[in-house]
Design a protein around this ligand. Structure first.
Ligand code: DOR
Ligand code: ZN
Length: 368
């Protein structure tokens, strides 16, 4: 695997001393997104397709996507939800259960339907009740994935109630991930939406079989944000945001030019009424302004020149795909993110979604 890339400037500036006013990037991909289904799919899919050429689509529907047929049907529903002419390819994933048949995964891979498999520890997060209760039950699955080089995407948190929620990722790495990589040295693994310095360090030190995605929200917020001015359901996601030192480690990893870290938004929309509830859902809806959000972080670090590799090159390299043709362009044009976005549910009743950065001014705007 290639080492860190040097910082480079790939954007136009009006003059030596003024900041860039336009930033063109090879069209990026989102290596982790929740597109949902039904009316929510209709509402959110266009936002992802507007920014990204491809996206790894999470399979945690209810019921989850566990068969090739279900993935093909879901892919059709995604295509049907896209605006005419959208140049967007959904990359489908299989949801691993204790009893999933490895032959089904192999068939889905051979048919070009499954781009990866997703491992949710049972009850770790939204729609994960059918997830994996014990990694030991999946030995044959892991052997198959290793043989066919189908990536395994992991929600890396233990569900042990005795482990503090802020420690669940670090404990997962120690208890489960490290032994798994040792048992299956040929398995390609993505540790999803990392949130800790422990995860960033572990991924950086591991061999080329392991990479990680990093979300915009974990680059912007620490756990204080969840309680700023009151309880903030719009900033609650899993894994939950951690201390500031962890956020800083994630920013350093994302902007380092190390190809083991790449873009995955974990955009996870829930209607506002389901988040602002007695038992609110986990998930942050960041898709509409995702690339603008990442650009802010890279610019603050003086590393805008490394955004393209993080967003558009390292992901395809890990997955063994070509980068996208075409480009997107961001312009420096401050704009305010709406406090709410609106959609209709299946019965035509309006539902509200609160986007990440609601009400904030973003310095960059994606051109249509
Ligand atoms: O915050 C989250 N929301 N984390 C997950 O792992 C799942 C996701 C969802 O599906 O809502
Ligand atoms: Zn997710």
């Amino acid at each position: 695997m290639a080492g860190p890339i040097p910082a480079q400037s790939s954007f136009a500036t009006a003059g030596e001393s003024s900041p860039a006013s336009r930033l063109s990037l090879r069209r990026p991909d989102d290596w982790h997104v929740h597109l949902r289904d039904g009316s929510l799919l209709q509402a959110v899919a266009p936002a992802t397709a507007r920014q990204f050429g491809r996206a790894i689509v999470m399979p945690n529907l209810n019921p989850p996507i566990t068969t090739v047929a279900a993935a093909v049907a879901y892919r059709e529903r995604i295509y049907a939800a896209l605006p005419d002419g959208a140049a967007f390819t959904p990359l489908m994933t299989a949801y691993l259960t204790d009893t999933i048949d490895p032959a089904e995964l192999e068939r889905g891979h051979a048919a070009g339907v499954f781009s990866a498999c997703k491992l949710y520890p049972a009850n770790a997060t939204t729609n994960s009740a059918a997830g994996v209760s014990d990694l030991a039950k999946l030995t044959r699955v892991f052997e198959t994935l290793e043989r066919i080089a189908l990536p395994l995407l992991i929600h890396g948190e233990v569900t042990d109630g005795a482990v503090d929620i802020f420690d669940r990722e670090a404990v997962f790495i120690e208890r489960h991930l490290e032994p798994l990589l040792r048992r299956h040295p040929g398995l390609k693994v993505v540790l999803e939406h990392i949130t800790t310095a422990e995860a960033a360090d572990f991924v950086a030190a591991a061999g080329p079989q392991l990479a990680a995605t990093i979300t915009p929200h974990h680059l912007h917020i620490n756990r204080n944000a969840l309680f700023q001015g009151g309880l903030r359901p719009d900033l609650y996601c899993l894994p939950v945001a951690k201390r500031e030192r962890h956020r800083l480690a994630l920013v350093a990893a994302a902007t380092s030019g190390n190809p083991k870290f790449f873009l995955g938004t974990d955009s996870a929309p829930h209607p506002r009424h389901a988040k602002e509830a007695a038992c609110g859902c986990a998930g942050i809806y960041n898709a509409p302004y995702a690339i603008e959000s990442y650009a802010m972080v890279f610019e603050a670090e003086g590393q805008l020149g490394r955004l393209e590799a993080f967003a558009s090159e390292f992901g395809p390299r890990f997955y063994g795909l070509e980068p996208n043709p075409g480009q997107i362009t961001l312009v420096r044009e401050p704009h305010t993110v709406p406090p709410r976005l609106h959609a209709n549910d299946a019965a035509g009743v309006a539902i509200a979604l609160v986007p990440f950065h609601a009400g904030a001014v973003l310095p960059w705007r994606l051109l249509d």
